[in-house]
Write a protein that binds this ligand. Structure first.
Ligand SMILES: [Zn+2]
Length: 344
């Protein structure tokens, strides 16, 4: 497909942080009501797609996950629950590029972000159908389709399709039915699904995910970025849609940060910061919990080799639970039921 290669972009390797060879890590960060997704390639290159609604919270998370550099920050759209946390991210790491939908907001938050981008010498990058090579990870940008009213931020959400081996993750901001319908006209359904890990549209709003869209996306696992809110997110409409496609659903308000580690080839594992009552990730390419060892994820303080957790509270605080047999920090003393998953 010609458009796919119309703009090829290589993100530079300046200041790459420690990474485990071969492993892609995607963290759906617990930023409360909002979205923030941190993507780190096996080579240690990182993208932050949205930043949540709080500057202090994002600073906390960047420290917690020992982020040393960001090559690119991306705003799905300019609403505050997506861009506020990008401000400290830009100030701290001076990323090379700031991907956005090209539609400015009239808010002070947007002005502050733009000011930070300019001060950092970061280059603005308009969302267009381009491929970004984040090391060995292929990220395809989904720009808003033609015909979206420029006054509507949600309808102009920019999406990312992340591919590593056979693994696919998809995130499309707060897009609504008109935008997903536009994408379905732009791309063949095979371009999307099946998607191994999918970010719920608009925190599980009723006007985001819809049956026609999910029929193309075919998500196996859905992560909802949500916190206390007065919008009724996630709605029963969205939750029942995810059930109807037999996806396993994760919510950051219940599970904290949700971390996906992807091996070369595409096998993946999903772990959550807290909570235990969940099923293993759905889909044939999911990594079995035991006995196959799972490589440690990059940029996580708790997954350094030789790490020792005195108890599960310590492992949870480090954001690495459940610990799978073979992972650094796993030991049978923490695995009460001996199923290869400690601190579940
Ligand atoms: Zn939002």
């Amino acid at each position: 497909m010609k458009w796919l290669f119309s703009a090829l972009l290589c993100v530079g390797l300046a200041g790459a942080q420690a990474a485990v060879p071969g492993v892609l890590t995607i963290r759906f960060l617990d930023v409360g009501q909002g979205d923030a997704v941190l993507i780190t390639s096996p080579e240690g290159k990182s993208v932050l797609y949205d930043g949540g609604r709080s500057e202090p919270r994002m600073r906390e998370l960047l420290t917690q996950y020992r982020v040393k550099s960001l090559d690119l920050v991306a705003a799905s759209h300019a609403d505050a629950d997506h861009i506020t946390g990008l401000i400290p991210a830009v100030q701290l790491f001076k990323p090379k590029l700031f991907l956005n939908n090209g539609i400015p907001a009239t808010t002070q938050t947007w002005a502050k972000l733009v000011g930070s981008v300019q001060a950092a010498g970061t280059t603005g990058l308009l969302a267009s159908p381009r491929v970004i090579n984040l090391g060995s990870v292929k990220i395809t940008v989904l720009p808003p389709p033609a015909g979206m009213p420029k006054t509507e931020q949600n309808l102009n959400s920019a999406g990312l399709l992340v591919q590593y081996g056979t693994f696919k993750a998809l995130m499309t901001g707060d897009s609504e039915t008109a935008e997903t319908a536009g994408w379905l006209k732009t791309y063949p359904a095979s371009f999307f699904g099946p998607i191994d890990v999918y970010k719920s549209i608009h925190h599980g709003a009723a006007n985001g995910d819809n049956a026609a869209w999910l029929a193309a996306v075919r998500p196996k696992n859905v992560v909802i970025g949500v916190g206390p809110n007065t919008y009724g997110h996630p709605t029963e409409t969205a939750l029942s849609l995810y059930r109807s496609v037999r996806a396993t659903t994760y919510r950051t308000d219940q599970s904290g940060t949700v971390t996906v580690t992807v091996q070369p080839g595409g096998a993946f594992a999903i772990s959550t910061e807290k909570g235990s009552s969940r099923r293993p990730p759905a889909g044939p390419s999911a990594v079995p919990a035991s006995p196959r060892p799972v490589s440690p994820a990059p940029a996580s303080p708790a997954l350094a080799p030789g790490v020792f957790y005195p108890n599960c509270a310590a492992a949870r605080a480090a954001g690495v639970t459940p610990l799978l047999r073979g992972q650094p920090g796993y030991r049978s003393g923490l695995d009460g039921d001996g199923d290869g998953r400690a601190c579940e």
